[in-house]
Design a binder for this molecule. Sequence first.
Ligand SMILES: Nc1ncnc2c1ncn2[C@@H]1O[C@H](COP(=O)(O)OP(=O)(O)OP(=O)(O)O)[C@@H](O)[C@H]1O
Length: 303
Amino acid sequence: MDENNSDKQSRDEKHSANNACALTVCDLSWHADDRVILSDISFSLAKGEMLGIIGPNGAGKSSLLRCLYRYIKPDNGTINLFGQNTSYFSAKEFARQVAVVLQDTPHHFELTTDQLVAIGLTPHKGPFDLTTSADRRLVADALEKVGLTHKAGQVYEHLSGGEKQRALIARAIVQQPKLLILDEPTNHLDIRYQIQVMELLREIGISVITSIHDLNLASAMCDQILLLDDGRCVAHGTPKSVLTEERISEVFGVCCSTQAHPQHGNPQISYFYGYSHSENAHGKSAHDKSQWDGIKRHKQDED
Ligand SMILES: Nc1ncnc2c1ncn2[C@@H]1O[C@H](COP(=O)(O)OP(=O)(O)OP(=O)(O)O)[C@@H](O)[C@H]1O
């Protein structure tokens, strides 16, 4: 009897551990054209947390996201969502659980913004289901969240780049996913909407994985950061643990200094201009820390 109880307890503990962990990626690798693009990537993401994927151009950020949303099939590795291997999900089940916002989206011709946002309802509807007042409310609420209520009836193609981006995020909200994956969602946005969109993504309360180039925005908004370089995970952890001067200099080939942000306390990065490596992160020689330290001391002396 005792043994059964302890078995049950350990099963329950395992179950709740799985539930707390929204996504687990284990040993993921992918190659294309005889070249390794992603190599042995492993990480996990807790329920409700935001993970920022950062790294230089060509590091593999979009490729990793494509594996996660099943656009490409990795050669090796597993991706579990709330303890279930996503490769076994039907397309509809996957769409109920995972929403994706990409940089380049196909043309949506003459759809109005609210019609585009309503597409997010599709995985939850049968082929003959009619639009309900609850559906309309979901769409209206999502448009309000992204500040586009006044554009509801406007043709989506006529929106600005930033408005289109926010409309796509509204569509993802309407989809009510458990995991939201975004590829550089702040690209087209002015600074106000960059902050607003990232804050909105945090407020939704679901697990979010986003690639992002702005390291300061990632530092301010992400719970966890995964730093990729040449298809490998160089570091994974809190912004404070990942965004060190040495690592940023080494991976991105720039000279920088960090200090705690006065509001949130995570690293705020200042870049020194005119000192970047001429070669990119993959081709550059080993990071010469003393060189960067010398430059920083020199700049400080000058000031
Ligand atoms: N289908 C493919 N076939 C061949 N090579 C590919 C393919 N997809 C990606 N790559 C290569 O993999 C590398 C990583 O590309 P990826 O788009 O994932 O990088 P990224 O980190 O998102 O870059 P960026 O910051 O520039 O958007 C690049 O060198 C790219 O050319």
